[in-house]
Design a protein around this ligand. Structure first.
Ligand code: FPP
Length: 247
């Protein structure tokens, strides 16, 4: 009998230490069914639950999900409100289960732009899941990669101006420590659903050597099997980090 995807993955070599996902295609999924866009986002939230469970099952220690970009604020106000309401509902509804699963949730982005309801729910889930040790889940909300880099540069500049930091001591590690992801390792694998071949201002610093996996599957249809298959494909790749291969 063919080994199952999870069996293959367990015997397939090194697991990625950090998987990041650009969850794309909710609108198209809804459109294909003649449904309003928010129904696609709602179905997308179910896929979020599925992929978190899949990451726990596979033993991936860090999962980063791009839930809302800074550019997404420019969508029609109705869609923005629906997405914010969905995020708030999601963190309230899933809080206890995530805590029981050992998931630590952290939310990164320009959260000042959010209204007080979703912001409070976010603070609550971060607090409630602080002790999670099985999976670290980063939810990027109101996030953009360039903004994150500018924010890091500003924080270093402030320390230099205050005489706390010598510019000569700024190296890659010092810079990376000022990003939201701080001391976390860079993603090993970046998955993008719905077939678009773009990075879309996501984790620009961190994806320097990340392996890309682009699938035509629309986000609401993405299952844990799809995650396992992406990891199996990743395990077959040779990563060179700019060096030459082993041959
Ligand atoms: C992209 O699809 C997806 C988003 C802009 C939002 C992602 C949100 C979710 C998956 C649901 C809520 C998240 C959590 C963490 C509960 P799109 O609208 O750009 O789709 P399209 O390109 O087909 O129009």
């Amino acid at each position: 009998m063919e080994p199952s995807a999870i069996e293959q993955l367990r015997s397939g070599g090194r697991l990625p230490g950090h998987v990041a996902i650009i969850m794309d295609g909710n609108g198209r999924w809804a459109g294909a069914r003649g449904l309003p866009r928010y129904r696609g986002h709602r179905a997308g939230a179910r896929a979020v639950r599925e992929v978190i469970e899949g990451a726990v099952e596979a033993g991936v220690p860090i999962l980063t999900l791009f839930a809302f970009s800074q550019e997404n604020w420019q969508r029609p106000p109705r869609e923005v409100s629906a997405l914010m309401a969905l995020l708030q509902q999601y963190v309230k509804k899933e809080r206890d289960e995530l805590r029981e699963q050992g998931v630590r949730v952290r939310i990164f982005g320009d959260l000042e732009r959010m209204e007080s309801g979703p912001r409070a729910a976010i603070a609550e889930i971060e607090e409630a899941t602080l002790g999670g040790r099985i999976l670290q889940l980063n939810l990027m909300i109101s996030y953009s990669g360039r903004m994150e880099i500018v924010r890091a540069a500003r924080s270093l500049a402030a320390d230099v101006a205050a005489g706390l930091l010598d510019p000569a001591h700024i190296d890659e590690a010092v810079f990376a420590a000022r990003l939201f992801t701080g001391s976390q390792p860079d993603p090993d694998l970046l998955i993008r659903t719905s077939g678009e071949q773009r990075v879309s201002n996501f984790m620009l610093w961190q994806v320097a050597y990340t392996e890309l996996h682009i699938t035509p599957t629309l986000w609401p249809d993405f299952t844990r099997q799809d995650l396992f298959e992406a990891i199996i494909e990743y395990q077959k790749r040779e990563r060179r980090f700019g060096r030459i291969g082993a041959t």
